[in-house]
Design a protein around this ligand. Structure first.
Ligand SMILES: C[S@@+](CC[C@H](N)C(=O)[O-])C[C@H]1O[C@@H](n2cnc3c(N)ncnc32)[C@H](O)[C@@H]1O
Length: 362
């Protein structure tokens, strides 16, 4: 006899387990369990315990140091200039205890949509959290609309979700399209940028943005390759860098290629996203975006960024715009660096807006 239940049941599409070779998934996409933290909490905890960052996630840095400094009180108004995975936003929202408001900015439409959804699910509705797809370079305009703010945080650079996803083209460690745009819907990709700059401009970019010691050789190799063919993927760029450093032999070659790849990819990313220009605009607008006595903390990840923040804070303190700034840079603890290797290069600086100043066109 025919089983009625079976014939009437809607056909469920058969879902095959994601296939990967070996016993463990290796690539970003194969790590399907890490992409579902709610479902595989144990696995996520295990990856973090071992000092890794689960795929599709970002581990927030210096959370305690930031929260201790910002002294957030319920009822205050704050700005997270770099929303990312929302870890810092969540910690700041917890301090508000349901009273006040947090505005969060990000230029990445892909990740900020996911983060917004996650925080909304946690109960942070639009009455307490506004998310704007906007560059922090527009701080002046944002503060005029939503500020001034009692506290501001900027955690610069890229998130782990961006750097680990080969489709975004930020990393030399996996192959993908050479893109590097934090907002892939705007501006030139890294591949296009390499085509549009001259050899001299490229060499200057590698020196200015990441002190690349082999800038001349690498810029020449890239432009030579582009005359004969194309560089469309992260793997192809890595290969050109490898060939450009062929004059370094033996065991040193591999190490030199790795270090130059890290520097060249960083320099290109800074250029593609105009990172120094937008940071400069943000720093210039900061004092006027804060209430008197308002607090700002900035996390930087390379010396160029840190220098810019340090110089701006010092100059503005001298001009009477900040009543206090950190004398020494704050670094994450040894325990935090052991838990999260990505924290190792982090530097935190802070400033407190002066109680009184004339904002002459600032
Ligand atoms: C290091 S992550 C922030 C991580 C975040 N603090 C957390 O706890 O998850 C940096 C984020 O800032 C964003 N971002 C970088 N430059 C930006 C800019 N100029 N304006 C707005 N967002 C920016 C990136 O897209 C990225 O999502």
């Amino acid at each position: 006899m025919e089983n009625q239940n079976e014939t009437n049941a809607p056909e469920k599409p058969h879902k095959r387990r994601i296939r990967y070779s070996g016993t463990h998934p290796k690539t970003y996409k194969e790590k399907y369990k890490e992409h579902q933290p709610e479902k595989y909490a144990d696995m996520i905890e295990h990856v973090i315990e071992k000092g890794g960052t689960p795929a599709g996630m970002h581990i927030s840095i210096c959370v305690k140091e930031i929260i201790d400094f910002l002294q957030i009180q319920p009822g205050q108004k704050g700005l997270d200039a770099t929303f990312g995975y929302g870890g810092h936003s969540k910690a700041m929202l917890e301090c508000l205890k349901g009273e006040g408001h947090l505005t969060a900015l990000d230029v990445d439409p892909i990740e900020s949509a996911k983060t917004t959804e996650r925080l909304r699910t946690l109960g942070y509705g639009p009455e307490i959290l506004t998310v704007r797809l906007q560059n922090f370079a527009e701080l002046g305009k944002i503060a005029a609309e939503e500020g001034p703010f009692d506290f501001i945080l900027a955690d610069l650079g890229v998130s782990s979700m961006q750097i680990d996803n080969p489709d975004r083209g930020f990393s030399y460690k996996s192959d993908g399209p050479l893109d590097m745009r934090m907002n892939p819907q705007k501006g030139e990709s890294a591949a296009e940028r390499l085509r549009s700059v001259t050899k001299e401009e490229l060499e200057g970019m590698l020196i200015e943005n990441s002190d690349e010691p082999y800038a001349a050789q690498i810029a020449k190799a890239i432009k030579n390759r582009l005359r004969r063919g194309s560089i469309e993927t992260t793997g192809e760029l890595r290969q050109v860098i490898d060939e450009a450093l062929s004059f370094i032999s033996g065991a040193e070659h591999k190490e030199a290629v790795k270090k130059s790849c890290a520097r060249v990819f960083q320099a290109l990313r800074i250029d593609v996203n105009s990172e120094f220009e937008v940071l400069y605009a943000f720093l210039e607008a900061l004092p006027s975006a804060l209430v008197p006595g308002g607090r700002v903390a900035v996390l930087t990840f390379h010396s160029g960024e840190d220098r810019l923040v340090k110089k701006s804070f010092q100059a503005m303190q001298k001009a009477g715009l900040y009543e206090d700034i950190c004398r020494e840079v704050i670094r994450p603890s040894a325990e935090e660096c052991a838990r999260n290797s990505r924290a190792r290069s982090t530097k935190m600086r802070w400033a407190i807006r002066a109680r009184e100043f004339e904002s002459h066109g600032l």
